[in-house]
Design a protein around this ligand. Structure first.
Ligand SMILES: [Zn+2]
Ligand SMILES: [Zn+2]
Length: 399
C-alpha cells in the first residue's frame, strides 16, 4: 500500500489553516472528485476517499490536534484509539447533494440563527440497525465576541435551533398508525449495485440511505426525518483568554439523539472582534499611546491603559517618538494558566493643532531659541547629508 499522504497536503491547505479554509478546500475537492461526477474515472473513488478522510480528521478539533502532534500514528493507533480510521465508505456513498448538505448546512435548512453565524460541520453515522439508538449530530457554530469578552471572559446565552427527536413519531419518521417497512428500492440490503461495464459501483441505497427500512407514510411533523428543529437556549461560559480560533466544546449540547441515543456535541468556534485600543498577538498586547512632544521633552507621568486599569509610567526627559515601553504581566491572559503576557506601549507624538495666535507666538519664540545641540537626531542627520553632497561633488569632478 502506498504511503499515506499528509492530510494538509491532501486538502492543499496550510498547517495553520482555519476551519473555514479547510472547509472551503474540502468543498472544492469533494465537488471535483465525487464519484457521481466521475463515473468513468476509477481513480476518483480513491481520491474522494482520501479527501474525505483528511477532512474528517482536520475538521474535528480533537482529531486535528492529535494528528498535528502524532501524525497518522496518532489517528489510527494513538492512545485513546480513534476508530474512525476504519471506514470512510459512508462518505463516498452518499449522494453529492446529501453530503454537501449535511456537512455545510446547505440542504438541511438550518436557518435563523441571527448573529451567530452559520452551522458548519455535523457528522453523520451510518446506522446498521435502523431501530438502534442513534447519537445526535455534532454541530459547530462560529461566534463573534468582543475584544474585552476575550480578555475577561463572559457569560452568554446561545439561542439555536437544534435538531431534536420528533415527539410525535418518537424519532421513527413514520406517521401515527404506520411504521417503518423494509426499503422497496434495495429490498432491505441498504445498497444498490450501480454503474456498468467493468466497474460496478456499490452505492448506498438512494431511498433509505443505507438504513434498510423506509417510511411509507412520513410523519407530517418532521417530514419523515425523525427530527424537528427546536429553538434552544444554551448557557455558554466564555473563559478569559480565548482568542480567534479558540474552540469551546459543549458535550451533549449538539443535535438530539434518536430512539434514546445521546445528544451530539456543540463546538463553538470563537472569532474575536478588533479593539480600538489594543492589538493582540496571543498573550502579548500592543497599544499606541499619543503623547505630547513637550511632555516627552520635559519628562513626566504618562497614563497607559492596561486590561487591569490605568498604569502610570514615568517618562524620562528627552523620550523619543516611537519609543516602546514594556509592561510585564500586563498583557492578555493565557486561557489555560490564567497568567498574563506583556503589554508593549509605543509612544506616538501628538503634534498640537488649532493653536491660538498667542500660543503660536510663544512657540515661535521657543523654536527660535533652540540650537542644533538641542536635537539628538538632526545634528547627525545634517552631517550625513553634508557628507553625501560632498562625495557627489568629488565624483562629478573626476568624471
Ligand atoms: Zn415525526
Ligand atoms: Zn433502501
Amino acid at each position: 500500500m502506498a504511503e499515506k499522504r499528509d492530510y494538509y497536503e491532501v486538502l492543499g491547505v496550510d498547517k495553520s489553516a482555519t476551519a473555514d479554509q479547510i472547509k472551503t478546500a474540502y468543498r472544492k475537492l469533494a465537488m471535483k472528485w465525487h464519484p457521481d461526477r466521475n463515473p468513468d474515472n476509477p481513480e476518483a473513488k480513491d481520491k474522494f476517499s482520501e479527501i474525505s478522510e483528511a477532512y474528517e480528521v482536520l475538521s474535528n478539533e480533537e482529531k486535528r490536534a492529535r494528528y498535528d502532534q502524532f501524525g497518522h500514528q496518532g489517528i489510527n493507533f494513538g492512545p485513546g484509539g480513534f476508530d474512525f480510521g476504519r471506514d470512510f465508505s459512508h462518505f463516498q456513498d452518499v449522494d453529492l447533494g446529501d453530503i454537501l448538505g449535511s456537512i455545510f448546512g446547505g440542504g438541511g435548512g438550518f436557518g435563523g440563527f441571527g448573529g451567530f453565524g452559520d452551522f458548519f460541520g455535523g457528522s453523520r453515522r451510518q446506522q446498521t440497525d435502523p431501530n438502534a439508538p442513534q447519537r445526535g449530530e455534532d454541530m459547530s457554530i462560529e461566534m463573534q465576541i468582543d475584544f474585552d469578552e476575550a480578555l475577561f471572559g463572559s457569560e452568554r446565552t446561545l439561542e439555536l435551533k437544534l435538531p431534536e427527536q420528533c415527539s410525535h413519531c418518537k424519532g421513527t419518521g413514520a406517521a401515527e398508525g404506520s411504521s417503518r417497512v423494509t426499503c422497496k428500492t434495495c429490498g432491505g440490503k441498504g445498497v444498490v449495485i450501480g454503474g456498468g461495464g467493468i466497474f460496478q459501483l456499490r452505492q448506498t441505497c438512494p431511498t433509505c440511505h443505507g438504513a434498510r427500512t423506509m417510511v411509507e407514510k412520513p410523519c407530517k411533523h418532521c417530514d419523515g426525518t425523525g427530527h424537528v428543529r427546536t429553538p434552544k437556549k444554551i448557557a455558554l461560559r466564555i473563559p478569559k483568554g480565548v482568542d480567534t480560533g479558540s474552540r469551546l466544546r459543549l458535550s451533549g449540547k449538539g443535535g438530539g439523539g434518536l430512539r434514546g441515543g445521546p445528544a451530539g456535541d456543540l463546538l463553538v468556534v470563537i472569532n474575536v472582534r478588533k479593539s480600538n485600543i489594543f492589538e493582540r498577538e496571543g498573550m502579548m498586547l500592543y497599544v499606541d499611546v499619543p503623547v505630547s512632544p513637550f511632555l516627552a521633552a520635559l519628562g513626566g507621568d504618562l497614563d497607559i491603559p492596561t486590561p487591569e486599569g490605568t498604569a502610570t509610567v514615568r517618562l524620562s526627559a528627552g523620550t523619543p517618538n516611537g519609543k516602546v515601553l514594556r509592561l510585564r504581566g500586563k498583557g492578555a491572559p493565557d486561557i489555560h494558566s490564567g497568567q498574563s503576557g506583556d503589554l508593549f506601549a509605543r509612544i506616538v507624538f501628538d503634534v498640537p493643532v488649532n493653536l491660538s495666535s498667542a500660543q503660536k507666538k510663544q512657540l515661535e519664540e521657543f523654536e527660535a531659541s533652540l540650537k542644533l545641540e538641542n536635537y539628538a537626531s538632526q545634528k547627525e542627520f545634517k552631517n550625513n547629508v553634508k557628507t553625501f553632497y560632498a562625495h557627489k561633488e568629488v565624483l562629478q569632478k573626476n568624471k
